[in-house]
Design a protein around this ligand. Structure first.
Ligand code: PA5
Length: 504
C-alpha cells in the first residue's frame, strides 16, 4: 500500500483501499495523499519492538513495567502462569457476577438492581463510555461520574432518583487514590447515608490489589473486588475488568468484544498487509512524524460518539511526550479531536474544507445500522448519512485535504474489539517510529501533583483567614500571601481568595 499518488482515480482507489473480509473491516488510504517516509528497516524494528513487548519485555522503561494489554484477549501469550490464570479467572468472575446481577440472583433488599453507577476517570472511564455509548445498556439505567464537579454529581443523582436503593456502584481506579473518583464515591456515600442505605452491599471495586480503594473495599466487605494489574495502562484497560465489568453488567457480549480484539491482534502482527502498521505509517506521513497535522475523528454514526474522546486519550496520552526514549527533548504528539458526522458538518467542517490545512481526517463509515431501517423515512435518513459522508470526503479531497476511511460492516461488540485493537497497535507502532515511551504519562502525574500543592495552599489560606478573623477577598491577596510566606504564589492565593469569596 502506498501513499504517494494523486487522489480521485479508480485505479488509485483500488490500490489503496483494502477490505479484510474475515474481519469485515476496510481501510482506505486513497485520500491520504501523503508520502510513506518509513523505511523497511524502521518497519521491521517497530514490529520487533511490539513483538518483544508482547513477549513480556519491559516496554514501559520509565516506570520499569511490562505492557500487557494484548494478553487480556489472548491470555496464553502472557509470559507467566500466574498472569494467565488471573486474566482467565477475572474474566470468568466478571461473567458470573454480571449474570447473577442481571438475573436478579444478586440484588438488594428492594429487589434486583435496576441502575448501574460507574465512578472512574480517564482510562478508568473512557473505554466503558465508548462501549456503552455504542451498545446501549440492555435493561440497566446507566450513569457515569467521571469528574469532581458537585453540580455534575447532583445531576446524576437526580437522574438516579427513586432507583437509588437499586443502584449498583462500580468504582474503578487502577491506583485507587485518584481524587476525582474518591470525591464521587464520597458524595454517593453521603447520598446513601441520607437515605439510610448501606454502601457495602451495593458497591464493587475495580483496582490494583493493595491500593487504598482495595483495602477499603476489603475492610468494609464490599460485594466484590476485581483486579487491575500494573502491567495494564489505564488507556489500554478496556479489555480488563475496567471495561469488561460495566459492559457485561449491561448485557454486552464481552466474549465477542475480546474475540474481535484478538482477531485484529493476529492481523496486525504480520509484516505485510497490516492495517495498524499502515495507519501508523499514514499518520507519520500526514504529520511529518512531528505532530504537524491533527487527526480529526469523524464516525458517521451516533453510536460511535465515544470514539473521539477514547482515541484522544489513547493517542495523546501515549504520544504526547516531552522526551524521547533517548532523553532528548522532542515535544512530540498527535492531536486528536472530533465528534461525529454529519453533525460536525454544521460546525468545524467549514474550516476543514476551506481554512487551515493542518489536519487529516479519519472517517469511520458504518455500512449497516443497528436498527432495521424499515420505514421510508428511516431508509432515507440512512442514505443521507452515507451521502453526507461520501460528499464530505470528496469535497475535502478536492481541496487537497487528506483523509483515511475505516469501514465497518456494523457496530457491534466484535467490531468495537477490532477498532480498539487496531488503534492500540497503531499507537504502539507510531510510538516506535517517533521513539517515545507510549506507555507512561508523566504529564498526567505532574498535573495530579500540582493540584495537590494547590489544595494544600487552600488549606493554609483557610487556616490563616480563620486565625486572622478575615473574610476572603482577592484584594487581600498580597497581604495573605506575605503572611503565609508565599509571595511567589500570589496569583494562586488571589484565585483561591476569589473562589472562597464566591461560595454561598
Ligand atoms: O491512562 C491513565 O493513566 C490515566 O488517564 C488514568 O486512567 C486516570 O488518571 C485514572 O487513574 P486511576 O485509574 O488510577 O484512578
Amino acid at each position: 500500500m502506498g501513499h504517494d499518488c494523486a487522489v480521485g482515480n479508480w485505479e488509485h482507489f483500488q490500490k489503496n483501499c483494502h477490505w479484510f473480509e474475515e474481519l469485515e473491516i476496510g481501510l482506505d488510504f486513497s485520500k491520504l495523499n501523503r508520502p510513506n517516509k518509513i523505511t523497511k528497516d524502521r518497519v521491521r524494528m517497530a514490529l520487533d519492538a511490539v513483538k518483544a513487548l508482547e513477549q513480556g519485555a519491559i516496554a514501559n522503561g520509565t516506570e520499569g513495567r511490562r505492557v500487557g494489554h494484548y494478553w487480556l484477549r489472548a491470555p496464553e501469550l502472557a509470559p507467566e502462569e500466574n498472569m494467565r490464570r488471573e486474566i482467565v479467572e477475572t474474566r470468568e468472575k466478571v461473567e458470573s457476577f454480571a449474570a447473577a446481577v442481571r438475573s436478579g440472583a444478586i440484588g438488594t433488599a428492594a429487589g434486583p438492581f435496576t441502575d448501574l453507577l460507574c465512578i472512574g476517570i480517564g482510562g478508568s472511564a473512557l473505554g466503558s463510555q465508548l462501549l456503552l455509548g455504542a451498545l446501549p445498556p440492555n435493561g440497566m439505567g446507566l450513569h457515569f461520574l467521571d469528574n469532581t464537579d458537585p453540580d455534575g454529581f447532583a445531576r446524576i443523582f437526580r437522574a438516579i432518583g427513586e432507583n437509588l436503593s437499586r443502584t449498583l456502584l462500580v468504582v474503578t481506579s487502577k491506583s485507587g487514590s485518584t481524587p476525582e473518583p474518591r470525591n464521587g464515591l464520597a458524595a454517593f456515600e453521603e447520598l446513601l447515608r441520607s437515605k439510610n442505605l448501606p454502601l457495602a452491599e451495593r458497591a464493587v471495586a475495580v483496582t490494583c490489589a493493595g491500593s487504598a480503594l482495595d483495602r477499603r473495599a476489603e475492610k468494609e466487605s464490599w460485594m466484590a473486588r476485581f483486579p487491575m494489574w500494573d502491567w495494564v495502562g489505564g488507556r489500554t484497560s478496556v479489555c480488563s475488568a475496567v471495561g469488561l465489568l460495566p459492559a457485561a453488567l449491561c448485557g454486552i457480549d464481552i466474549g465477542a468484544f475480546l474475540s474481535g480484539a484478538a482477531a485484529m491482534d493476529r492481523l496486525t502482527r504480520r509484516p505485510e498487509n497490516n492495517p495498524a502498521l499502515e495507519l501508523a505509517i499514514g499518520w507519520y506521513g500526514a504529520t511529518e512524524g512531528r505532530g504537524a497535522a491533527d487527526m480529526v475523528v469523524l464516525p458517521y454514526c451516533d453510536a460511535l460518539r465515544g470514539l473521539s474522546p477514547y482515541l484522544q486519550q489513547l493517542t495523546m496520552e501515549s504520544l504526547g511526550k516531552r522526551l524521547s526514549r533517548k532523553g532528548e527533548t522532542v515535544h512530540q504528539g498527535l492531536t486528536v479531536y472530533g465528534n461525529r458526522g454529519s453533525t460536525d458538518q454544521h460546525s468545524y467542517v467549514q474550516q476543514l474544507r476551506d481554512g487551515l490545512k493542518n489536519f487529516f481526517v479519519t472517517f469511520v463509515e458504518v455500512l449497516r445500522g443497528q436498527e432495521l431501517r424499515a420505514t421510508a423515512a428511516q431508509k432515507s435518513a440512512g442514505e443521507y448519512l452515507e451521502g453526507f459522508f461520501l460528499g464530505t470526503r470528496e469535497a475535502l479531497a478536492a481541496e487537497g485535504r487528506p483523509s483515511i476511511t475505516i469501514t465497518l460492516r456494523q457496530v457491534d461488540a466484535s467490531s468495537l474489539g477490532l477498532l480498539v485493537a487496531l488503534f492500540e497497535r497503531a499507537v504502539g507502532f507510531y510510538g516506535e517510529f517517533i521513539d517515545v515511551n507510549a506507555y507512561d504519562q508523566p504529564g498526567v502525574e505532574a498535573g495530579k501533583r500540582a493540584a495537590d500543592r494547590s489544595l494544600r495552599l487552600l488549606r493554609d489560606i483557610e487556616k490563616f483567614l480563620e486565625r486572622a478573623g478575615m473574610g476572603p477577598d482577592g484584594k487581600n491577596a498580597s497581604a495573605v500571601a506575605a503572611a503565609l510566606g508565599r509571595t511567589e504564589e500570589m496569583e494562586m492565593v488571589f484565585k483561591w481568595l476569589e473562589f472562597l469569596r464566591a461560595q454561598p
